[in-house]
Design a protein around this ligand. Structure first.
Ligand code: ZN
Length: 172
């Protein structure tokens, strides 16, 4: 296993629409193991493959007491409610903002064995899933902000750059 380098805002891979995973090969399993190690190393609770430079529809998340979850080709099939909360992103270290997300989601995906899984999530886990699924479509959390707030963040990044490290309990 290895810690992979996390791509940062400005890297074109973060803006690509990721391709579905066709077959779960040994290579994919190795990538997932590396992504889990990278997520823990970065003190994140979710990580999408494009964040480590691989444009595939694949994400890992730390589901607290239920452990690590791998979602292959995930899709949100149902959602309810809206809730605002602060979000951060491993690809945008040091940047945090309140983002409106669905309060509850139902997801369909494949697990790492290739078996179909259905998952219902609310609160933080629902937020993690929506944030990571956005990464698979080339969307970043700042894209959800009102234009003025987004421009302010973009100007700040242009001016100051992104910090090397920004420890935070909620980075995705
Ligand atoms: Zn992120």
């Amino acid at each position: 296993m290895a810690v992979l380098s996390v791509r940062r805002y400005g890297d074109p891979v973060l803006r690509q629409k990721a391709r579905p995973v066709k077959t779960i090969t040994d290579e994919i399993r190795a990538l997932v193991a590396d992504m889990v190690e990278t997520m823990h190393h970065q003190v994140g609770i979710g990580l999408a493959a494009p964040q480590v430079g691989i444009p595939l529809r694949l994400l890992v998340m730390d589901d607290g007491r239920r452990g690590i979850r791998t979602l292959v080709n995930p899709a949100i099939v149902e959602r309810q409610g809206t809730v605002k909360a602060e979000e951060g992103c491993l690809s945008l270290p040091g940047i945090f903002a309140e983002v409106a997300r669905s309060e509850w989601v139902r997801v369909e995906a494949l697990d790492i064995e290739g078996a179909p899984v259905g998952l219902e999530a609310k609160g933080l886990q629902a937020r993690v899933i929506q944030h990571e699924l956005d990464h698979l479509d080339g969307v970043l959390f700042i894209d959800h902000l009102p234009p003025m707030a987004r421009d302010r963040i973009k100007r700040r990044i242009q001016k100051e750059g992104l910090p090397e490290h920004s420890p935070h309990a909620f980075a995705l």
